[in-house]
Every structure is written in C-alpha cells, then in structure tokens.
Design a protein around this ligand. Structure first.
Ligand SMILES: [Zn+2]
Length: 323
C-alpha cells in the first residue's frame, strides 16, 4: 500500500506523519520551527522531519504503509498553490514570504510536493474525516494566534483569484474599530477576535497587566472576573458577527470551529454561537455549527489529502484564477 506524508508548518512547531490512502495518520512527530533561521533552514528542517517519519514507519514491526509517493504541506502564510510558493507571511517565520517551498522540498526529497495554506489543510482534513465529513460544503474557522477560515466545496478548498479566499481575520469587523490588525490596517476582525486580540482588548479595558495571554484572560473569566468575562464576550461577539456575514454569502452545510480559542470554554462558545444565530435570517435557523474533531492531526490529514489528489490528478491543480 502506497502512502503519502502530511506536514503542518506553524510558527512554533512543525509536525508530520505518514498517512495512508484512507487518511489514517501514523505516529505524528514534531520539531520546533527554526522560525528565525531563514527559509533554507526551514526547508532543511522540514525535509529532515519527513525523512524521519518515513524511516520510523519503515521500522514499525506492523508497518502497513509501503512506498511514500508524495508530500503535502500546509503552512502558515498566503500560498500560491500552483507555484508552491509563499505569497506573503507574517514575521512569525522570518523570510518565509517568497520562498519556493515546493521546489525546495522536491529538490531535497525527490518527491512530488503540494503546498497550501495551513487553514486550508485544516479545513480539508475536517471535511474529509472530521466534523464536516460527508457534508457537501463547509466553512472552517480557525481561531488562535490569528483568525483564518476556509470554504470547502466538494472536498476542495476555495483558493480565490489572489490566493486570499478565507482570510477572515482581515475582514472589517464591528467591535474592532480603532484597533490595529497585525496586517497594519485598522478595524480587522483579527485585532479583537484572535487570542492576542482578546488579550490586548482585556488589557485595554483596564484588565490586570500581569495577565500574560488569552489563556490567562479565559481562566480569569471562568473564575468570574467581570472585566475578563467582558473581554471574552466582546471577542466572541465580533467573531460570531463576522461568521454570520460569511455564512450568509456562502451558505455552507456545516460551520466548523477549530484552533486554540475554540477550546476556550462555554462563555466564549455560547456567546459566539448565539451572536452568529441572532444575526442570520430564518432560513439559516438549522445551520450546523460544530467544533473541529481531528485536533492537531487535521492539517496533516488535509495536507495528505492534497498529496493524494496530486497523485490522482497527475499535476498540481491550478488555482481558481487559472481555471
Ligand atoms: Zn488585517
């Protein structure tokens, strides 16, 4: 049985696993991202990790997987899938923008490579085997250090004409007025809806400056601290409203919510979902809103799905722009 390798490249961790054709990932291995070491060091680290998971799988006494035939990579940043390169990226990975990731990994590993945005990979993973399995369409929203999203139609991520489809974090959002987004513009959803956005909002409201991050704000909210509860509600409301806007345009069968903040608990989730439901028209009353179910494996599974498609189609699928 042939297999592929799925890789998830984040700002702090790179994870990979060998994945069978049914989407089942073998043992997932992770290494710290050499985020400040430059793109060549990034590519070297990814290639080393891929060789390691292939070797591990070979050594497993009950190893079922045979030859590894392709590599799928989900990475932070806006990705030109047809070229396999990074269009733009935050400073989280230094010099990543402009990197020819597919070519660099193909040269190092001798395998066909497909590269896509990590949230797209996450969404396709959930649409294949997770919370949106079997649904004809889905909107996946990933809320963590940023706010990303992806529309999945018939199992495929909508990429857009400029590789930007799903970049929900950079939608103008009510509740984010006067707040600066990491992209440099004012009033985008990410400025309040992301984990760091929630934390900054809490501090701006007059919250305890010793509280370090969103996790701390959420813990305080659960302990009953009024200001922390307000910050969590404001962030969840801004997100719920923005999702309502997207849902109204796209009308997906399922909305899947994942990422670190999605596990922030009842106050965040119930506020987000109640706001979303209150903002949409009656025809959307039975919209399914579900938490992601594959956890950290989702981007690896989704990247593997793209790798299998690459083998099946025989070429890198063009972006929507080129179709
Ligand atoms: Zn922005």
């Amino acid at each position: 049985m042939d297999a592929v390798v799925g890789v998830d490249v984040g700002g702090t961790t790179i994870s990979a696993a060998v994945v069978a054709s049914d989407g089942r990932p073998q043992a997932i291995r992770s290494v710290p991202t050499p985020a400040q070491a430059g793109p060549q060091a990034m590519l070297d680290t990814i290639a080393r990790l891929v060789r390691e998971v292939i070797e591990l799988e070979r050594l497993r006494p009950d190893g079922q997987s045979g030859r590894v035939v392709a590599l799928g990579v989900g990475t932070a940043g806006i990705v030109d899938v047809a070229r396999g390169s990074i269009v733009s990226s935050t400073d989280a990975i230094r010099g990543w923008a402009g990197t020819a990731v597919a070519t660099g990994l193909r040269d190092r590993l001798g395998l066909p490579v497909i590269v896509e945005n990590d949230v797209d990979a996450h969404a396709v993973g959930e649409a294949w085997l997770g919370a949106a399995a079997g649904a004809p369409s889905a909107l996946m929203v990933a809320v963590g250090t940023g706010v990303g999203a992806c529309v999945v139609l018939a199992g495929r991520a909508l990429r857009g004409a400029h590789h930007v489809a799903g970049e929900m974090g950079h939608m103008p959002a009510r509740g984010a007025e006067g707040l600066r987004c990491p992209c440099g513009r004012m009033g985008h959803l990410e400025a309040i809806g992301s984990g760091p956005g929630l934390h900054r909002h809490y501090v701006a409201l007059g919250g305890d400056p010793d509280c370090r991050d969103a996790r701390g704000v959420v813990a305080r909210a659960h302990a009953g601290e009024e200001l922390a509860m307000r910050a969590v509600r404001d962030a969840a409301r801004a997100l719920g409203r923005s999702i309502a806007g997207v849902v109204t345009v796209v009308d997906p069968a399922v909305v899947v919510i994942g990422g670190g903040l999605s596990g922030a608990g009842e106050l965040w989730w119930s506020t987000m979902e109640a706001t979303l439901r209150s903002e949409v028209i009656d025809a959307l009353a039975d919209l399914v809103v579900a938490p992601a179910t594959l956890g950290a494996a989702a981007p690896i599974v989704g990247a593997a799905r793209a790798a299998w498609r690459l083998i099946d189609d025989g070429s890198v699928p063009p972006d929507d722009a080129a179709r």
